[in-house]
Design a protein around this ligand. Structure first.
Ligand code: APR
Ligand code: ZN
Ligand code: ZN
Length: 362
């Protein structure tokens, strides 16, 4: 039986979000209905609302979520009703060339639920943000979007792994392959950069240099494990990083802003044999010009990191275990918990740079 629940929708470009009654169908083959317990507010939700991602309004927002599986459709074996799960927006196919070659984070065939949730009042189909739509009491997803984790962790912490925090930690430990004794510089210390700092610290980096233009962010970055901070408003960060690394540059530089000037800084702040990890997402019109001799002359590598190159079934349970053991404090990323009716206000606070994560708790 399809059921009606409350959810936060973005009705049209730049219009305020509002709570509506939505219809959640029974799960079809390969699908699951999840009772959402917590869902973080991410920049991407705001971009959906602003029309920056697609014109497919109305959107059902929210995608950094954890909850309990309520029901599953035919053929679902990996999760069962009652399982505590974290949702992810890249359910990989397991059979494409990328998957078969052991790089599922480049999967060509990620999928979401086939059925659509609808608006109860008009019957209009909803587009779930990143194929999830979890600012709602319940949501319909592909079963592959559910990863079972230890229910001892609080839902507001578990849900963080669904997007930004996983992207940052993964940029450090998966893409950057940060290891014991490495020097790391992280440019941009929002939620993603802070997670990259926490991931580098976890991986045993000897130095973790945080770079931002906002002193408040640098203060928070110290709490995440940064050993040094550089305010790049008044200091050249490339020079500062070189100075802090014996003149060499960092072994791994993680760019978590997504702008030409910070891409350039990341490019030049690495050790000649170092790795640049790009996790900040630029916009289509941004360009960067570099002398080819510099591109040729520097060894090492330049890598982009997609969702932290994570494999949810491998990484989510591991990071939650580390959190439960007290070795990685994911709780630091939750600035506040809010209700479904406070999402619009949370966007304003996010925009002002006041919060790391507001998390809707249901
Ligand atoms: N130099 C250094 N830091 C900067 C600069 C700059 N020129 N411009 C902005 N910043 C800092 C901001 O002060 C802020 O602390 O970058 C940080 C960006 O953080 P958020 O806006 O909170 O964004 P976040 O959620 O961390 O995402 C960062 O990663 O995955 C991507 O799409 C995401 O592109 C975005 C990036
Ligand atoms: Zn695949
Ligand atoms: Zn997100």
């Amino acid at each position: 039986m399809a059921q009606e629940v409350r959810g936060v929708i973005a009705p049209g470009k730049d219009e305020p979000v509002r709570i509506e009654t939505i219809v959640v169908p029974d799960p079809g083959p390969g699908e699951a209905v999840v009772k959402v317990q917590a869902c973080g507010v991410c920049h991407t939700d705001l971009h959906y609302k602003q029309g920056g991602i697609s014109d497919d309004f109305p959107f059902l927002l929210g995608h950094e979520a954890a909850g309990v599986v309520e029901s599953v459709g035919a053929g679902v074996t990996d999760v069962a009703p009652g399982d505590f799960v974290v949702l992810n927006w890249r359910a990989v196919c397991g059979t494409c060339r990328a998957c078969l070659r052991g790089r599922p984070w480049y999967c060509f065939d990620t999928h979401n639920a086939e059925q659509k949730m609808t608006l109860a009042s008009t019957g209009q189909e909803l587009s779930p943000a990143l194929g999830i739509g979890a600012f709602a009491e319940k949501t319909l997803v592909a079963a592959g979007q559910c990863t079972k984790v230890d229910p001892a962790v609080s839902p507001q912490v578990a849900g963080l792994l669904g997007c930004g925090v996983m992207a940052g930690i993964g940029a450090a430990i998966n893409t950057g392959n940060v290891g014991r004794g490495d020097t790391v510089a992280v440019i941009g210390c929002g939620g993603v950069g802070d997670a990259a700092i926490a991931g580098s610290h976890l991986a045993g980096a000897a130095k973790v240099i945080a770079v931002d233009i906002d002193d408040r962010k640098l203060e928070t970055a110290r709490g995440m494990g940064a050993t040094h901070t550089v305010n790049s408003r008044d200091t050249d960060p490339v020079e500062a990083i070189r100075e802090l690394t014996g003149g060499f540059g960092a072994d791994v530089v993680i760019e978590a802003v997504g702008r030409p000037e910070t891409y350039r800084q990341a490019f030049y702040a690495r050790d000649l044999a170092g790795t640049v990890v790009l996790v900040g997402v630029p916009t289509p019109e941004m360009k960067l010009e570099l002398p080819l001799l510099d591109v040729f002359g520097r060894g090492g590598s330049l890598k982009s990191s997609w969702y932290g190159d994570c494999l949810p079934s491998r990484d989510f349970p591991m990071l939650i275990d580390l959190h439960l053991q007290g070795r990685l404090d994911l709780g630091k990323f939750v600035t506040e918990t809010i209700g479904l009716d406070e999402v619009e206000k949370a966007f304003e606070r996010m925009h002002a740079g006041d919060v790391l994560r507001s998390v809707v708790v249901l």
